[in-house]
Design a protein around this ligand. Sequence first.
Ligand SMILES: Cc1cc2nc3c(=O)[nH]c(=O)nc-3n(C[C@H](O)[C@H](O)[C@H](O)COP(=O)(O)OP(=O)(O)OC[C@H]3O[C@@H](n4cnc5c(N)ncnc54)[C@H](O)[C@@H]3O)c2cc1C
Length: 357
Amino acid sequence: MLPVPLSYSSILWMDRVRVGVIGAGIVGLSTALCVAESLPGCSVTVIAEKFSPHTTSDVAAGILSPHLITVTPVESLRRWFAETFAHVYSIARSTEAPDAGVQILSGWEIFKEPPEERIPFWSDIVLAFRVMSDSELTRFPETTFGWMYTTLLCECLLYLPWLEKRLKQAGVHLEAGKVTDLWDLEGTYDVVVNCAGLGAGPLTGDPLLHPVRGQVLKVVAPWLKHFIRCGDGTTYIYPGVTGVTLGGTRQAGDWRLGPDAADERSILARCLAYEPGLAGCRGPGEAGVGLRPTRKALRLVGERLERGGRSMWVVHNYGHGGAGVSLHWGMAREAARLVKEALAQSRPQPTHNKSKL
Ligand SMILES: Cc1cc2nc3c(=O)[nH]c(=O)nc-3n(C[C@H](O)[C@H](O)[C@H](O)COP(=O)(O)OP(=O)(O)OC[C@H]3O[C@@H](n4cnc5c(N)ncnc54)[C@H](O)[C@@H]3O)c2cc1C
């Protein structure tokens, strides 16, 4: 009998491979899509307690603008942001843009005091980046420094359902349910991908993961065409496809999911100071509140769990804090590569008949 070529047996094996992705926020859905696209023929299932419009990602203001995340290497952040930017930019220039809720957006990022890093690590990834002139700065109160650039806005209330549609077209299954223990998925999936956001804390016992609460408001002000963002990320005005998002708050360790009236007053007052025309806007509608899944280093790694002589492969992709939209596609692609590596290591080795060797 002729030996079966390795590539053929690999294909047969890949056809039987099952990957389970926990989480239906922007990280889980994009990771599931990258896995399905890079491993055609394998079965992919998304398991999530909540789907759009009930995830943290649905609350995100959605601008692509990363920041330093203390322990994560800058080269990794640069690579993930560049891949995400290129991907979202290609959607923004396609006929899919209105359905996906993606648009190209220019504006100003301003500072009370100049930041340590006068030229940020992502300046050559966004478009038309430049330092603002003194005459431009006079427009903004208490501002001594700023950047003007063109970036992208990804409205997740549209982007997540669009991703779900693409997943269904790719044959990915979407299943509602809460996972209480990763080991409950052993045997059902060959590799599990943990994209549970803040839910990754109870699943892994990770003590480093914590919430940073954010509140935003949506108003109607179609005359606003540029974004304004304070460099510390606390105050922002982002004109989008479905209205203008006003923000925000950054409350570390605060688990409250209900809107706070004092936060709403503070957001409106701060945004009005930068854009007085907002006094004539319609709204605000109901406030959005989300808990950013924050960690001093993003966790993107493959791990082989062992228990009582059993083992299972888990790829973790969580802890994106306030940068999940900005980094999602680059990190999803890397998570898909880690899934391939895990599968290669867990692949049953062909047995050889010694008498024929
Ligand atoms: C107000 C606000 C504004 C923001 N603005 C921006 C911005 O402009 N740009 C930017 O880049 N980022 C922004 N962010 C950050 C961004 O929203 C997050 O980084 C991102 O949403 C994280 O996505 P995620 O998929 O990891 O988590 P989530 O969206 O929280 O999704 C987690 C998923 O896992 C599921 N899950 C959790 N535990 C379990 C379990 N045990 N079993 C089954 N399912 C489980 C959940 O149900 C959910 O489906 C903002 C965040 C907030 C709150």
